[in-house]
Design a binder for this molecule. Structure first.
Ligand code: RP5
Length: 168
């Protein structure tokens, strides 16, 4: 099955932070590719990967990088498909560098930037799923079911907490 989503990370050192993104895509039954490429260290590889995935019908790109994080921008320059950026805290600036580099794209080349690190990685997958669900009713149903489970989990945890704190 061809990948509908591509996850790119700028370095092997980003893998553990971004794996939760892949986990969410897997949970939702969305085929993806997950690989390493760098805007600075491997610009040709980045361009070739995007060109190949474009030819195979990839619909959303998720790019995670730290420091001067230009990976999402480089991909956005190569495709008109939605690009989601995950800034990684990988330097003494605690991710502010990657956040601004990912977010501050020039008009016409948007990168939908999510939160830093693992929380952002998860939401990148949820956002990609919402984009794909616009034209995929079965995936939309899976998203609704996931929302219902989030709600049920909160209610169950709330009931359990309340039960441990009965009024005296
Ligand atoms: C970025 O620089 C990578 O995305 C990573 O977050 C950061 C550090 O990379 P390594 O020096 O660990 O390879 O390009």
């Amino acid at each position: 099955m061809e990948a509908r989503v591509a996850i790119f990370i700028g370095s092997a050192s980003d893998e553990s932070v971004v794996t939760p993104c892949a986990d969410v895509l897997k949970q939702l039954g969305i085929p993806y590719v997950f690989t390493i490429t760098s805007a600075h260290r491997t610009p040709e590889r980045t361009a070739t990967l995007v060109d190949d995935l474009e030819a195979r019908g990839c619909q959303v790109y998720i790019c995670a990088a730290g420091m001067a994080a230009h990976l999402a921008g480089a991909v956005a320059a190569r495709t008109t498909k939605p690009v989601i950026g995950i800034p990684i805290a990988a330097s003494a600036l605690n991710g502010m560098d990657a956040l601004l580099a990912t977010l501050q794209m020039p008009p016409g080349f948007p990168v939908a930037t999510v939160a830093l690190d693992k929380a952002g990685a998860r939401n990148a997958a949820w956002l990609a799923a919402e984009i794909l669900a616009l034209h995929d009713p079965a995936l939309h149903e899976r998203l609704l079911a996931a929302r219902a489970k989030f709600a049920a989990d909160v209610a169950a945890a709330g009931d359990e907490l309340a039960a441990r704190h009965q009024p005296c």
